[in-house]
Write a protein that binds this ligand. Structure first.
Ligand SMILES: [Zn+2]
Length: 128
Protein backbone atom coordinates (compact mmCIF):
# COMPACT_ATOMS: atom_id res chain seq x y z
CA UNK A 1 0.00 0.00 0.00
CA UNK A 2 1.29 3.45 -0.90
CA UNK A 3 2.32 5.74 1.92
CA UNK A 4 -0.30 8.22 3.03
CA UNK A 5 -0.45 11.19 5.36
CA UNK A 6 -3.14 11.43 8.01
CA UNK A 7 -3.05 15.23 7.68
CA UNK A 8 -3.71 17.55 4.76
CA UNK A 9 -3.77 21.26 4.02
CA UNK A 10 -6.91 23.22 5.02
CA UNK A 11 -8.29 20.36 7.09
CA UNK A 12 -8.47 19.78 10.83
CA UNK A 13 -5.45 18.54 12.73
CA UNK A 14 -5.77 16.12 14.40
CA UNK A 15 -8.15 14.84 11.68
CA UNK A 16 -10.87 13.89 14.15
CA UNK A 17 -12.19 17.15 15.58
CA UNK A 18 -9.02 19.23 15.64
CA UNK A 19 -7.62 20.65 18.89
CA UNK A 20 -9.79 19.34 21.70
CA UNK A 21 -11.71 17.07 19.35
CA UNK A 22 -14.97 19.03 19.18
CA UNK A 23 -14.59 21.13 16.00
CA UNK A 24 -16.77 20.38 12.99
CA UNK A 25 -15.82 20.90 9.35
CA UNK A 26 -18.85 19.93 7.25
CA UNK A 27 -17.07 20.50 3.92
CA UNK A 28 -13.44 19.33 3.58
CA UNK A 29 -11.23 22.41 3.35
CA UNK A 30 -14.15 24.66 4.29
CA UNK A 31 -15.22 26.64 7.32
CA UNK A 32 -14.84 25.11 10.76
CA UNK A 33 -17.59 25.43 13.39
CA UNK A 34 -18.25 26.90 15.84
CA UNK A 35 -17.22 30.20 14.27
CA UNK A 36 -16.33 33.26 16.28
CA UNK A 37 -19.02 35.78 17.01
CA UNK A 38 -19.44 38.91 14.91
CA UNK A 39 -22.06 41.53 15.63
CA UNK A 40 -23.96 42.11 18.81
CA UNK A 41 -24.73 39.18 21.03
CA UNK A 42 -27.33 41.23 22.89
CA UNK A 43 -30.33 42.93 21.28
CA UNK A 44 -30.39 45.65 23.93
CA UNK A 45 -27.10 47.24 22.97
CA UNK A 46 -25.73 49.07 19.97
CA UNK A 47 -22.18 48.45 21.09
CA UNK A 48 -20.18 46.89 18.27
CA UNK A 49 -18.73 43.51 19.03
CA UNK A 50 -16.49 41.29 16.98
CA UNK A 51 -14.31 38.35 17.96
CA UNK A 52 -12.56 38.37 14.59
CA UNK A 53 -9.97 40.96 15.49
CA UNK A 54 -6.88 38.79 15.18
CA UNK A 55 -4.03 39.38 12.78
CA UNK A 56 -4.74 36.34 10.63
CA UNK A 57 -7.88 34.79 9.17
CA UNK A 58 -7.52 31.11 8.41
CA UNK A 59 -9.15 28.99 5.74
CA UNK A 60 -11.30 27.73 8.64
CA UNK A 61 -12.75 31.23 9.00
CA UNK A 62 -11.20 31.80 12.42
CA UNK A 63 -9.28 34.89 13.42
CA UNK A 64 -6.09 34.48 15.44
CA UNK A 65 -2.88 36.25 16.42
CA UNK A 66 -0.60 33.26 16.78
CA UNK A 67 -0.20 29.99 14.94
CA UNK A 68 -0.03 26.51 16.33
CA UNK A 69 3.01 24.71 14.89
CA UNK A 70 3.03 20.92 14.89
CA UNK A 71 5.90 18.66 13.94
CA UNK A 72 4.63 16.04 11.53
CA UNK A 73 5.91 13.79 8.82
CA UNK A 74 5.22 13.60 5.10
CA UNK A 75 5.14 9.84 4.62
CA UNK A 76 5.00 10.21 0.83
CA UNK A 77 8.28 12.14 0.60
CA UNK A 78 9.90 10.87 3.82
CA UNK A 79 10.58 14.37 5.13
CA UNK A 80 9.66 16.18 8.33
CA UNK A 81 7.19 19.04 8.09
CA UNK A 82 6.00 21.84 10.32
CA UNK A 83 2.25 22.22 10.02
CA UNK A 84 1.18 25.83 10.49
CA UNK A 85 -2.26 25.62 12.08
CA UNK A 86 -5.06 27.84 13.33
CA UNK A 87 -4.53 28.02 17.07
CA UNK A 88 -8.22 27.66 17.81
CA UNK A 89 -9.27 24.59 15.86
CA UNK A 90 -5.98 23.29 14.48
CA UNK A 91 -6.95 23.60 10.82
CA UNK A 92 -3.73 23.27 8.76
CA UNK A 93 -3.02 26.54 6.95
CA UNK A 94 0.32 25.76 5.37
CA UNK A 95 3.41 23.62 5.79
CA UNK A 96 7.15 24.14 5.99
CA UNK A 97 9.66 21.41 5.24
CA UNK A 98 11.96 20.30 6.72
CA UNK A 99 10.57 21.07 10.15
CA UNK A 100 13.74 22.88 11.24
CA UNK A 101 13.13 25.61 8.65
CA UNK A 102 10.15 26.74 10.73
CA UNK A 103 12.29 27.43 13.80
CA UNK A 104 12.85 31.07 14.61
CA UNK A 105 15.98 32.59 13.20
CA UNK A 106 16.21 30.30 10.22
CA UNK A 107 15.01 31.56 6.88
CA UNK A 108 11.85 33.38 7.81
CA UNK A 109 9.93 30.40 6.45
CA UNK A 110 7.56 30.34 9.41
CA UNK A 111 6.69 33.99 9.02
CA UNK A 112 6.28 33.60 5.26
CA UNK A 113 4.06 30.55 5.65
CA UNK A 114 1.95 32.32 8.25
CA UNK A 115 1.47 35.50 6.28
CA UNK A 116 0.99 33.88 2.90
CA UNK A 117 -0.60 30.46 3.44
CA UNK A 118 -0.65 28.42 0.28
CA UNK A 119 1.70 30.78 -1.57
CA UNK A 120 4.97 29.04 -2.16
CA UNK A 121 4.81 26.95 0.98
CA UNK A 122 5.63 23.28 1.10
CA UNK A 123 3.25 21.17 -0.96
CA UNK A 124 2.65 17.81 0.76
CA UNK A 125 3.74 14.89 -1.37
CA UNK A 126 5.44 17.21 -3.85
CA UNK A 127 8.40 14.87 -4.31
CA UNK A 128 6.41 12.39 -6.36
ZN1 LIG B 1 -9.65 27.59 12.97
Amino acid sequence: MAAQNDWSLYNLYPPNGGIGGFWKQPVPGGLVYPQQITGNSSILTTEPFNEKTGTFIGSCGHSFDQVYVVREYDAICNVSVALICCNLCGCVQSAVSPFEDALMGNTGALIFATLYPGAGGYVPGSCS
